[in-house]
Write a new protein. Sequence first.
Length: 309
Amino acid sequence: MSVTDVDAPARRPAKPVRKPPRKPRPAPGSKRFSPLRVVGSTIVWLFTAGNILVLYWLLTASFKTPVEIFTKPFDLPYQWFKVGKPFRNFIYAWNNAGFGDAVLTTVVLVGLATVVTVAVSAPCAYALTRLGVRGAGPMTNVVAIGMGVPFQTVIIPLFVVLSKIHLDNEYGLFVLYVALSIPFTVFLMTGFFRSLPDELEEAAALDGASPTRTFFSVMLPLTRGGMITALTLNAIGLWNETLLAIVFLKDQAHFTLSRALFTFYGAASYQSEYGGLIAGVAIVVLPMLVLYLVLARRIITGLTLGAGK
């Protein structure tokens, strides 16, 4: 035995370090009880049930007589089906409200305004987010502020200016639709362009692509979900717009659907044709409702992707 071994003190074995016991993980599918979650879920379900009830009332009332609307508001329609005229209210609304011309005007006006808005907003959003433009941050904030300015506060100056240049008609309304929709669309599209990886632009630059070609050939196709979301949301908003149409449209032959419905409201109320009036509301509301139901999943997915970075 060496001197080193004799003089060295005996080493005690190290005590094992005890780790605090882990909390058992909740089983898949099980959720902890949360009062806030219960309250939030209750509010959401009550709001959903209220909307479904309103939609049910709208659909059933559009097939009822005025007497049934007030005496049996939540019953199924009976009188018109009994006499064999279930679509009498819709025929009355279509013939007396001038919806034939209004549908064509609305489709053309809203369709062109929506496409032009996205066509202008997409390059703007790309320049603000990907090209390193000086002052891009403050300009993006200015665009965001533009969404918070209610157009009701500037409608009188807009009418005065447009009437002086003879644009107090459907052409001026088209310009206003595009101008008022651009801030929201630019703000929405910036989220999609920010979510794209920088390597795509670097690879395109190595291949000799210019910024313009990179935008049209590489970046823009990848934001297809964002463009569909922007097109759908703008179409729904412009389809239901009423105040600007009331102010700027004077010729009945060029009324939009919401403007024609507003005019039809007075005549139908005076004649107590409440069934026809509700049928007119259904004609205006149902196309956008169907469009949203068809594209709801794509809209939600697009909004989620746009907030990814």
